[in-house]
Design a protein around this ligand. Structure first.
Ligand code: ADP
Ligand code: MG
Length: 187
């Protein structure tokens, strides 16, 4: 969906300061090929922030791709079979910024873990990757499976990384509308 940094209400997100948001918006991390990991429970604005930063990067002339982890794994799995997947992978490898939404929500088999490693390795050091996840990198190994591949993937991702923890109540819950009229939730 289309979400901008202007729509992101920093006062709703206590674990991120205005100063930090402005630093992210400056995109120095992107210039320096840093990765970002946006962590937190569902509904705290991880995807919103990732998309907002992606749109900002597009405004500044960067090539940006956004896709969900499931779509990435599917594209990697079928790149030799379908032209469409091959095109997606090519475009990803050609991007300045790749946003992978909801990484590690599902377990990978050995083949997928290998393909994912190969993909990360190709982007390594030249493309920034923004990951959103509700699990910290220390838990990613469980889903990647193979400990050797996990270490290799993590080494490359966290070589230059900024980890941003977004906490707090789910924005979806706080600002929900109900058929009974508005409910205000107090902390
Ligand atoms: P997550 O990816 O962490 O599960 P989302 O980014 O999808 O959460 O946010 C859920 C909904 O709440 C989206 O519609 C998003 O635009 C909105 N939202 C979350 N945090 C904020 C915020 N700080 N300011 C404005 N909208 C927000
Ligand atoms: Mg999300």
């Amino acid at each position: 969906y289309q979400k901008t940094l202007e729509d992101f209400r920093i006062e709703e997100q206590q674990s991120l300061s205005t100063k930090q948001l402005n630093q992210l918006r400056e995109l120095t991390w992107l210039e320096q090929a840093y990765n970002l990991i946006l962590l937190g429970p569902p509904g705290v604005g991880k995807t919103h922030l990732a998309i907002g930063l992606g749109i900002e990067a597009i405004y500044r002339g960067y090539k940006v791709m956004f896709l969900a982890m499931g779509a990435l794994v599917r594209a990697l799995n079928t790149q030799d079979i379908t032209r469409k997947s091959q095109t997606i992978v090519k475009r990803l490898l050609n991007s300045d910024l790749v946003i992978i939404d909801d990484i590690m929500y599902m377990a990978m088999d050995q083949q997928e873990a290998n393909l994912f490693f190969h993909f990360i390795n190709q982007l390594y050091d030249r493309t920034s990757i923004v990951f959103t996840s509700n699990k910290g990198p220390e838990e990613w190994g469980e889903l990647i499976g193979d400990p050797g591949i996990t270490t290799a993937i993590l080494d490359r991702i966290i070589h230059r990384v900024e980890v941003i923890h977004l906490n707090g109540d789910s924005y979806r819950m706080k600002n929900r509308s109900t058929i009974f009229g508005s409910i205000s939730v107090h902390e």
